[in-house]
Design a protein around this ligand. Sequence first.
Ligand SMILES: Cc1cc2nc3c(=O)[nH]c(=O)nc-3n(C[C@H](O)[C@H](O)[C@H](O)COP(=O)(O)OP(=O)(O)OC[C@H]3O[C@@H](n4cnc5c(N)ncnc54)[C@H](O)[C@@H]3O)c2cc1C
Length: 404
Amino acid sequence: MPCDTLVVGGGAAGLMAAIAAVDRGDRVTLLEKNDRLGRKILISGNGRCNLMNTDSDLAHFHDADTGFARRALEAFTVEDTLAFFHDLGIDTRVEKRGRVFPASNQATSLVRLLEDRAQRTGVRIVYSADASDLVKSEGYSVTTADGQTFDADRVIMTTGGTSAPSIGGSDDGIRLVCALGHRSTSFYPGLVPLETERSTLHKLQGVRAMVSAEALVDGKVVKQDEWEILFRYYGLSGLIILNLSEAVAPFTEGGNVSIRINFFPGMDADTLEEKLRGRWNRHPHRSAAFSFTGLLPDKIPPVLLPLLNIPSDRPAAGITQEDGRRIAEGLTAWDVRVLDTRPFAEAEVMVGGIVTDDIDPRSLESRISPGLYLAGEMLNVHADLGGFNFQWAWSSGWIAGQGA
Ligand SMILES: Cc1cc2nc3c(=O)[nH]c(=O)nc-3n(C[C@H](O)[C@H](O)[C@H](O)COP(=O)(O)OP(=O)(O)OC[C@H]3O[C@@H](n4cnc5c(N)ncnc54)[C@H](O)[C@@H]3O)c2cc1C
């Protein structure tokens, strides 16, 4: 069947690109390696899909400081995205920090309605079509692993990144476009838990707390946030760590990455010391660990205080001026050395990808191979936790589809 535009990869960016291209009147074929579309959408947000964020601040998007992502995000905005999904039939609910979820609380709603919209408007979808070769001649030919060949005037590559390999995450598309002359950066797991020195906090396995934290590379703060932390046997996880991880992922090998945790968000050591001193004076009979009950999750003080050389059972009355200072400083700036990220299997995104200098930011067309368009996570653009990565996929997919 002849087609004008071939879209390779039926995830968020590919579905959006196919819909945008068919809306422009193209005959569109969409190839998807899996036997169903949008598998990452289905597992996103714990099955609820945090599909976008109401905050349109470009600072949430990371494109190696090239400004590349701005064009697409300003051309298909947060408002456009909301209007698109409302029109599709997805009612939305906004949760803390502007995170937008479908009112159904089901990621399946999105995939079903996007697939229906694509099919109803004439996109031909080919499932279990694993693109293994991409050749430029007059137009483009894509050959799949089972030997089928698809020809088109234009091709939009939306094969995503290498996170979640068990459901299709791969560098397939990156290799295919590099064979046409594009360049890729190295890539790293992002929005991922972090492995840390095991000697310290591993005893807190399973404990959650609201904290603020800074990510440091070579002693310099590169990102900070306030959100929930989750202690794991191998290190640190939770929303705050996933969000900080993208900023340190490329630097973990050198070993100069650390996370500085403040267990009392909004307080500095002086304020905390004064507060604790008041509690110890009021309840001098309580043990050092018990004196934190009502302030911190109960499991935290018995683990942290000994690490500050304060026996957990020391009565509050026996906490000296110097001890108090050490506790306040320790609990507002607890440094944990990061050894590595967890693997791609546990990452939400890939940090890195196809170098964007070779792509026109207005249309997402390749400057190296005209008629080739790229969108979504395979490009060297990723974003903060909170729906921003899907926003990039929707916006870039739309622009590539329109551009093609
Ligand atoms: C566990 C998890 C939770 C997440 N939660 C959120 C969230 O709540 N909010 C958010 O904004 N982001 C979230 N993300 C990130 C988000 O899923 C991605 O940023 C987004 O899916 C990227 O879209 P994409 O279309 O570029 O790539 P993908 O969605 O990965 O789509 C790429 C598609 O291409 C297909 N493909 C790959 N190779 C080939 C090939 N050779 N031939 C044919 N097809 C191929 C793949 O099977 C896939 O269907 C989450 C990611 C994970 C892993």
